[in-house]
Design a protein. Structure first.
Length: 108
């Protein structure tokens, strides 16, 4: 056990952080497991939010978060998207702004 006052405080902080990290890690595992089981968009979105939070707090590595999110998005059922009819494809011509010319100096 630590004797120094600052070491005692550090131990208290570490225990508190460890509990919070374990809780987030457990919720992450449960969310990913349920998303893989149900395969609905809602459960996948919830899992992705928890994955992002865990990656932001360095509970998991950023690349692992990307892998998990990618695999969840692959198994999720696609959401139906309304198709928009485009009657005319109008293109707008962009005009570049005119360059300001500096006045020429006359040499004498």
């Amino acid at each position: 056990m630590p004797v120094i006052k600052s070491a005692i405080k550090k131990l208290r902080q570490d225990k508190k952080r460890e509990k919070a990290n374990d809780a987030l890690r457990d919720s992450l595992k449960n969310a990913v497991r349920s998303a893989k089981k149900t395969k609905t968009g809602k459960s996948v979105a919830k899992a992705v939010a928890i994955i992002d939070k865990a990656a932001k707090q360095n509970i998991i590595h950023g690349n692992k978060a990307s892998r998990l999110k990618s695999s969840l998005n692959k198994i999720a059922k696609p959401v139906s998207v309304k198709k928009i009819d485009v009657k005319e494809n109008k293109t707008v011509k962009k005009v570049a702004p005119k360059k300001k010319t500096s006045p020429k100096k006359s040499s004498k």
